[in-house]
Ligand binder design. Sequence first.
Ligand code: SF4
Ligand code: SF4
Ligand code: SF4
Length: 259
Amino acid sequence: MKKRPTIGIYGFTGCAGCQLALLDCEDELLDIFSALDIKVFYEAMSNNDDNALVDIALVEGSINTNKQTQELKEIREKAKVLVAFGSCSNHGCVQAMALGDGEWEQRFKQVYGDMKFTVAIPREAQPIHKFVKVDAYIPGCPPAKPQMLRALTQLMHGNQPTYTNSPVCLECMFRENECLLYNGKLCLGPLTIGGCTAPCPSHNIPCIGCWGIIDEANHISELKLLKEKGFKAEDIIRRFRIFGGSDIVEKIQKLLEVI
Ligand code: SF4
Ligand code: SF4
Ligand code: SF4
C-alpha cells in the first residue's frame, strides 16, 4: 500500500477559523483523514506528534512573539513543503493592520504598560514569510472549501496549489449584484483575489479585501477608476490596511503615487 503523505496543521495568532474551515468540510473529512497521515492538528486531535517530520505543513496565523518565531523556524526545518494557510499567515490580517507605521511599541505600552513578559516576548504581528521560506499560499479568511480541498489534493500529489486568479468582481457579477461603486461605496472587489464568491457585496457591504490583493489585475487602472469616482488615496489605503499588512499597503501607496 502506498505510503500516505504526512501533514501537520499548525496555528499561530489568528481566530483559528482556517483550521475550523477545514474541519467544517464534513462530507470530505473521512477522505481527507484517510488520504493523509495527520501528525499534528491541535484543533482536532489530542495525540499530536510535535517532533514528526512532515511532507506538508499548513501554517495558520501571524507571528506575534519571539516564541512563535522559534516554533515557526522549527516547523520549517521539519517540513518538506510549508504552506501559508489563510490571510493571517499570508499577509498579517487584522492584527497587522498598522504594521510598519513605527508606532507599535507606543500602542503596546498604552495597553500593557511596563508589564514583564516571561513565557514569550510579544512583537509586532507579521506574516510568516518574513521569517521563513514559504513554498505555497492558500488565500482566504478563511479559505473557501473548494479552493482548500483542491489545494490539499494538489499538495498531496506533490504539486503546487493553484487558486483563482480573477477578482471578487467576477464572482459578484456572476451573482448579478448591482455594483456598489455606482452607489458611491468604496469596494475593493476589483483589486481583491476571488474565491470567496463575493458574500459581502451580495449583502450590500463593500469588499474590504480580506483575501488579499490579486496578482494579475490592472492595479493602476482600477485605482484610477476609484480616484475618478471620488475616493481619496488615504481612504483607499485605510481600507486596504484593515486586512492588508504592510506589503499590500506599500504596493498600493506606490501605485497611487504615480497616478
Ligand atoms: S485568516 Fe481569517 S479565518 Fe483564518 S485565522 Fe486569520 S482571521 Fe481567522
Ligand atoms: S460591488 Fe464591488 S465586488 Fe461587486 S462588482 Fe462592484 S466593485 Fe466589484
Ligand atoms: S471582504 Fe471581500 S474578499 Fe473578504 S469575504 Fe468579503 S467579498 Fe470576499
